[in-house]
Structure formats: C-alpha cells, structure tokens
Design a protein around this ligand. Structure first.
Ligand SMILES: [Zn+2]
Length: 300
C-alpha cells in the first residue's frame, strides 16, 4: 500500500510516500505560503498528489494539519488567521474529488500523539498526554488507547489554560495563557528581553549545559511556568505519561529531567507515582507517521 502523506504547518508542508507499516519511502517539503489562503494551499496539495501519481500507484492521501479538524468529515472546524479562509473548508471532499482517492485529515498534535503511540515514545502507554512546544503549546489526549477529541474536535488546548489572569494578550482572545509564557517563542522573547540578544534555542541550551549564570535563572523561570500548567493537566487527567513534542524535544534528557524535577514538587503523591515524562521519538516525521495511522484507522 502506498499512501501520499502531508503535514501542513505554518511555514512548510512536509510530504512523502508511506507504506501501511509507516515506512517513509520518499520525503520532501514545500512552502505553505499560508498568506495566500486555504484555497491555494489545497490546490497546491492536489497538484502535488497528481505529480506523485505519475510514479506511484497511490491508495490514498493522509493529511496532518494545523487547526481544529473534524477528523471524520475532514472539515476545518477552526484555524487561526495564519491561513486565511481555511476555517470551514472540507479538505477531504476538495482533495478527494480532485484526485479520486480516499483522503483523511487529522489535527497535527493529534497526529504527533497517534504516531508516538503507534511506534514511538508512547507505544507502551494507553493513557498519555502529548504536549507540543513550539510557536504555541498544543495538546493531545489519549485515554484507554484512543484519542479523546472532545465534543467539537477541540480537546487538549493545554496552551490556553490561564496561567496569569490579566497577563499577556493571546491569539485566542484571552490573556495570560500558558503558551504566552512557556512556548519556545515565549522563551526566545524572554531571552531577548533579559539578555538583549536574539538567541537560537540550541545555543541557549548549550550555554545552560555549561551552567551559564545568565541563562540558568531564565530557564528555571520558564520551566516553572511550564510545569505549573502541566500540574493542572496531571491532576485533571492522571496520565501515565507526558510526551513532549515540537522542536524543543531535540533537547532530550536535559529538558525531560528539568520538567520531571519541577513537576514532581508540585503534584500530589499518587499522581506522581506512575507518571513518566519522555520526548517524542519520531522528530519531524511524527506528524507524517500519525497521519498514516489515522488513515489506516479510518480507511485501512
Ligand atoms: Zn490563549
């Protein structure tokens, strides 16, 4: 079985050909050009599928996408203005009719969780939370071996828990949300504010590992805010595992150990007993893998 798989992000669309075992046979990317809107984006994907069809006998198209997605009908329930006119679009119908193949679409953070559960950090866990830390903070909930998506395909918006009432304005329209303090972007903003330099997070973590006295207190504050958010989530859901995804997961054990140490001080003993924290194992392929798994669940 050959499945064309796409991961629609804010700046680029990763794509490839995958088998039903989740092996990626080819992989590439093109710019999202989000500002051109949902219609242009979908047409670019249709053109790409048609190009792939020249060389591959495709059995379907699996898509991971930013935004809140009705994973049954394929309708974008809600997307921010990053991709204009994307909200309300039926991606499955538009692409399916154009390429005459079965198509599925699922939210990108849900895809990270599906991919990690299928073959990754959560393959031995049926009750876990996946938290992706990047421009914002996303969340996906797995309960009893199944994704929990809520009544309107919007569960797991961990980034919009209130951390500081009346705090920084957020894209959701409220103020003081967790992601305004604990995302990768928030960390970079804080570094610029306090150190006066634009710093790559990779360089920041190198300095942390060397015990840099300017960087350590800033990191501790960022971790403290992050684990205050995670604490509420742990007390509410009692997960056995938190999988940390997003670019920052490249920091591996250093990040995991800092989260564990801070979180264990804040949670009630029984919630901490069976709780593990790990980074996602599939790197930037996690969403592609999860999109394939969602396709197999729905159409396989
Ligand atoms: Zn918010």
């Amino acid at each position: 079985m050959y499945i064309a798989v796409f991961d629609i992000g804010g700046t680029s669309v990763k794509y490839g050909i995958a088998t039903e075992k989740g092996d990626l046979l080819i992989e590439d990317a093109f710019p999202t050009n989000a500002q051109l809107g949902g219609e242009t984006l979908v047409q670019t994907i249709i053109d790409k599928v048609k190009t792939l069809q020249r060389d591959w006998q495709l059995d379907g198209v699996a898509i991971s996408s930013a935004g809140q997605i009705d994973n049954k009908t394929g309708i974008v329930v809600h997307a921010t203005d990053t991709i204009p006119d994307y909200t309300g679009m039926n991606v499955v119908k538009r692409i399916g009719e154009a390429v005459a193949l079965p198509v599925t679409v699922e939210n990108d953070v849900n895809c990270t969780a599906l991919g990690e559960h299928w073959n990754g950090a959560a393959s031995d866990s049926d009750n876990f939370v996946c938290v992706t830390i990047g421009t914002g903070i996303g969340g996906a909930l797995f309960a009893g071996g199944q994704l929990y998506t809520g009544s309107g395909f919007s569960a797991g918006e961990i980034g919009h828990m209130t951390l500081y009432p009346g705090g920084k304005a957020c894209t959701c329209g409220d103020e003081g949300c967790l992601e305004k303090y604990s995302s990768s972007s928030a960390l970079q903003e804080m570094l610029f504010e306090h150190l006066g330099v634009k710093m790559e997070l990779r360089d920041f973590f190198d300095r942390l590992r060397d015990g840099d006295e300017d960087c350590v207190p800033l990191f501790n504050r960022w971790i403290d805010d992050l684990t205050t958010g995670l604490k509420s989530m742990v007390h509410m859901l009692n997960p056995g595992l938190i999988v940390i995804g997003g670019g920052i997961s490249a920091q591996g054990d250093f990040l995991v150990n800092a989260i564990k140490a801070s979180l264990q001080q804040k949670i009630m003993p029984n919630h901490g007993k069976n709780l593990d924290v790990r980074v996602a194992e599939n790197g930037n392929q996690a969403n592609l893998l999860g999109a394939v798994k969602h396709f197999l669940n729905e159409r396989g």
